[in-house]
Design a protein around this ligand. Structure first.
Ligand code: SF4
Length: 336
């Protein structure tokens, strides 16, 4: 489990969370006399998210960050591990508990073009969660829709529009309004700005910041954009091939990244213009396939600081300093 940031209990905790996608049946594997082949999309991830804060999960495509986001919302069943929300394991919840959790935890998706039903008017889209959870009567739901439109910076006339009549930024605001409808505590935002123009991205991020401040929202922000991470998150977890390789407060990580993977990524950030969008500058070579990850440290074929032991010893994610965890043999204690 990661360290606490403020002495309080986390709102959300993942403990030893893994998700493997099987590539063959167990029967086939037993006939071969071998373990069933599987993609290990998420492997032994533990992290904490505190109320009112933002945890950014960053990684290249294929790092497992979106799968992790879906596990945190119980949109996928894990292969192993648990997720605690306010202390309750979301995978052991009964129907009533799960319904309460679904009110409290929402998702904003990357692509506002694909995530909104094109045949529904904006007002219906925002009202849908209120209908599903039977919040108030119809007049109260309608009133709430107009409040939400106003809160995300859309006009009341937008309620009658179809998604195709809106710009990309406006559609993402509709997605945000729908996510806010049930007054959740937690929002998982999966690349919420990556399909938007740079200027619209900044407006959307400002809106998300305001909403967090006004409603004490807790965000898990899944992104590959380090500019977004730097200006939006309190803490950062860096993923590589299904595992967290480094986790630290955002300012600490940007000032002095410790894991060689994080160092290479962050060295590419153009300074001193912090408003400029920053994309991944990938370490040498393509990331290995999650189908057959390298032995030992998964990063060793690309690591500029690799040692002989790195190809055989799996580094554990462990405290390298207060508030910081690193999975690298350069920082390992004797027990690693
Ligand atoms: Fe590099 Fe070895 Fe550390 Fe992996 S364990 S990041 S290969 S130095």
């Amino acid at each position: 489990m990661s360290s606490t940031t403020n002495g309080s209990k986390p709102l959300l905790s993942a403990c030893g969370l893994s998700k493997y996608f099987p590539l063959e049946s167990g029967l086939l594997a037993s006939l071969r006399g071998a373990e069933a082949a599987a993609v290990k999309a998420v492997e032994s991830v533990s992290l904490d998210v505190y109320a009112g804060q933002t945890l950014a999960i960053v990684g290249e495509s294929g790092s497992g960050k979106s799968t992790l986001g879906r596990l945190l919302l119980r949109l996928l069943q894990p292969t192993a591990g648990e997720v605690l929300f306010n202390g309750d394991n979301i995978f052991a919840m009964n129907r009533a508990q799960l319904r309460a959790f679904r009110r409290q935890a929402q998702i904003i998706l990357q692509d506002p073009y694909a995530s909104l039903n094109p045949r529904m008017r904006v007002g219906q889209i925002i009202r849908e969660p209120l209908d599903i959870f039977r919040e108030g009567n119809m007049a109260e739901r309608e009133k709430r829709v107009y409040e939400l439109l106003d809160r995300v910076g859309l006009a009341s006339s937008h309620a009658r529009a179809y998604p195709a009549e809106l710009s990309g930024g406006q559609r993402q605001r509709v997605g945000i309004a729908a996510a806010l409808a049930l007054s959740p505590q937690l929002i998982i935002a999966d690349e919420p700005t990556s399909s938007l123009d740079v200027s619209v991205q900044a407006q959307t991020l400002n809106l998300l910041s305001e909403l967090q401040r006004d409603f004490n929202l807790t965000y898990v922000f899944i992104t590959h954009d380090l500019g977004v991470v730097q200006h939006f998150s309190d803490r950062v977890a860096v993923m590589y091939l299904g595992k967290i390789v480094e986790e630290a407060p955002t300012a600490t990580l940007f000032r002095a990244p410790q894991h060689p993977y994080t160092q290479v990524l962050f060295s590419a950030i153009p300074r001193p213009d912090p408003s400029r969008r920053v994309n991944w500058e990938l370490p040498q070579g393509e990331p290995p396939s999650p189908l057959s990850p390298p032995t030992g440290c998964h990063f060793h074929p690309r690591c500029p600081q690799a040692m002989t032991a790195c190809s055989t010893v799996v580094p554990r994610l462990q405290a390298a300093a207060p508030e910081r965890r690193v999975a690298c043999l350069l920082y390992a204690d004797a027990g690693n």
